[in-house]
Structures are given as C-alpha cells and as structure tokens.
Design a protein around this ligand. Structure first.
Ligand code: GAL
Length: 353
C-alpha cells in the first residue's frame, strides 16, 4: 500500500466519511509508486543494501511493521535480495552484534528498532563513524540523543508517532462513556488496572501517564487498583489480569492495556472471570490488530487506537531513500494515531486485513 493512498484513506477514516472505491485506490497506489521512484531517479536503488534491525520478531505489531516495510522498499525499487531484516530476540547484545555485521557488510543504510532505546547513543556513534545513514523506528531515543544528531548534522533521524496521543485517545475512549456507565461500584471514581508494555520504552511510559491524565482532564476522579508490567505480551497480560481480577473482583471497572496483544490476554481473563466488557467492565488497547478490531466490532473490547504501521514503515523507507539521494531528512518524522470505536473499526479493519 502506498503512502498517499494510506493518508487519503486515513483522512477519510478520521473524518468518518470512508467510501470504498477500490479501483481508484489501486490507481492512486500506482501513481504514488511512480512518483516515489521518480524522486530517486539519480540513484539506482536496486543495488543499494538495506539493513533492518527489529527488536523482536515475535512482537505482533512489529511483525506488521516489518512486513509492510519490506514490501514498500521493494515497491520503491530496492531488490528483495538486498534487504536484510534481522531479529534482535529482545537482547541488546545480540542486536549490537547484528549492527556490527551490517557495518562490516557495508550496507548503504540502516533502519533500527532498538532493543533498548538507552543504547541509542552507542549505536549512533558506531553507525555514524562508519558513514552509514541511520533511521530509528518505533522506540524513540531520548531528547539528548536526538539533540546530538541535530547539533552534529548527522544523517540520523527517528520515525514514529507521539505516544502521548495514543494514551490520551485511550483515556478519552473511557471518559466518553461517562461516570454513570463506568462507576459500577458507585464510589464516584474510575477504578482501573494498568497493564504496561516494556517500561524502558517511552510508548509504555506515555500511554500509561496520558490515558489516566485524559480521565482527569475530563473531570473524572481516578483510583489505580493495580499497575503491572506485561512487556507487550499477551500471555503475560492474561496472567496479570487474572491475578488483579481475583484480588480486586468487581471493583475493577476499567482495564487499560498499553497495546492490543495485552488487551487480548486481558479479555481472556475477563471472560474467564465471568465479566462482560461493555456491561460490567471496560477494556482498551493500542495498535488496532485485526483480532482486536473484531473485538471492538463485537463489543468485547471498548476501543483501541490505530498505530499506523503503514505510515511509519513508508516514512522510514522514504527517509532512507532521501539519505541515499543526498536530499537528507529532518531529525524527527512524526505521524498520527487514530482513535478506534465501533463506529470506524470496520473501516480500519478493511485497511489492515
Ligand atoms: C508499540 C506497540 C507495541 C509494541 C511496541 C514495541 O508502539 O504499540 O505493541 O510493538 O511498540 O516497541
């Protein structure tokens, strides 16, 4: 799927005016690919080597991301044989070794989803020293690190969405229900449990903070019953939510999960505890995995937030091309999340499936 097609689609989804026009979309897609290829006329991308480091292949969202990234790089004119994508198996030492190998292989550009964002300075130093342009994705390095790229005018950028927005959308999905619907135990507060992703990751930190802030900003009083680390993982979250439900019982009114994989695990435990989403408990995630979207449509999830892997992977590939053509990039390339309720879940599902 091409960038312009996706942004047009998203604009329609966000405006709630989605009209299906498949032939027009296909035409748009071809047109956009031609434009992208034309932008790179002076450089033959087919012989450029791209190294891609993913923090962990088993992560559902990063699987969607890397699949789309590879497809789009090929559409832009890279040869599939010259794109190497490696699994960091959630271990920074493994990933650092993979980066060393890419440097030794003299790849032309690197796209890196770091295992630990705090290792970014070390990674940047060796990649810059090797003269290879670098596009970070998904796990944002801290402000000091990003400032170094700017100060030194290095060919290093970050592509991602602002996790504060996804947290805010999660909180709003709950706040919009109104206190009367949420407050089953009648204590005048929103009693919630929070299941966090990897705590080193700014996505987890911001989603946790801003989902609760959105409730408070809507004038609701909050009561945190439990806050646990599920590391983005379904099975871990299932266990954590089972524990919380057995400890706090019917007082749990809302379950916030920093991503959909964990929300799917939470749902298994909610159902096992005999609770019903939408009736006596509410559940939100982030990513818009197809399974979660099906749950939103069925009412078994209150809502989710679309983490646009199309836009992020395309922007990352486009940034890589702009380094190869010498055009260069800003040091931060953002994108928007989309709030997903029953009203637009089908449109998003049609796009991600
Ligand atoms: C988040 C995403 C999570 C997980 C994480 C990995 O943006 O919502 O599901 O993939 O990235 O860093």
């Amino acid at each position: 799927m091409k960038k312009r097609f996706v942004s047009m689609f998203l604009a329609a989804v966000m405006a709630g005016t989605m009209v299906a026009a498949v032939p027009v979309m296909a035409e748009e897609a071809t047109e956009a690919a031609t434009e992208a290829a034309a932008a790179a006329t002076d450089v033959d991308l087919s012989d450029k080597k791209v190294g891609v480091c993913i923090y962990q292949f088993s992560d559902n969202f990063m699987t969607l991301f890397r699949t789309e990234l590879e497809n789009y790089l090929v559409e832009l004119g890279f040869s599939k044989d010259n794109i190497t994508i490696v699994d960091g198996v959630n271990d920074q030492a493994t990933q650092s070794g993979q980066i060393d190998s890419f440097i030794a292989d003299k790849v032309d550009v690197l796209i890196i989803n770091p295992v630990n964002s705090s290792s970014a300075a070390t990674i940047t130093d060796k990649v810059v020293e090797a003269g290879i342009p670098l596009v970070y994705i998904n796990r944002e390095p801290d402000a000091d690190e990003e400032a170094r790229w700017e100060e030194n005018n290095w060919n290093v950028t970050y592509v991602g969405c602002d996790a504060r927005q996804s947290g805010t959308f999660q909180g709003e999905l709950i706040a919009d229900l109104g206190l009367d619907a949420i407050d089953k135990n009648g204590n005048g507060k929103v009693d919630y449990i929070m299941i966090e992703g990897d705590p080193e990751n700014v996505d987890a930190q911001y989603r946790t903070e801003f989902s609760v802030k959105a409730l408070e900003d809507a004038g609701l009083e909050v009561n945190e019953l439990d806050d646990q680390v599920g590391n983005w993982d379904q099975a871990t979250a299932q266990q954590l939510v089972a524990n919380s439900l057995s400890q706090y019982g019917n007082d749990v009114e809302v379950v916030f999960c920093n991503n959909d994989a964990m929300a799917l695990g939470a749902l298994q435990s909610i159902e096992a505890a005999g609770r019903t989403v939408g009736e006596d408990i509410y559940l939100v995630g982030v990513d818009a995995l197809s399974e979660a979207l099906e749950d939103v449509l069925a009412g078994t999830m209150t809502g989710t937030v679309f983490n646009d892997h199309f836009s992020q992977s395309h922007s990352a590939a486009d940034a890589a091309v702009r380094y190869l053509t010498g055009e260069g990039n800003e040091h931060y390339i953002g994108c928007d999340y989309v709030k997903v309720t029953k009203d637009n879940a089908q449109d998003v599902l049609d796009m991600v499936k």
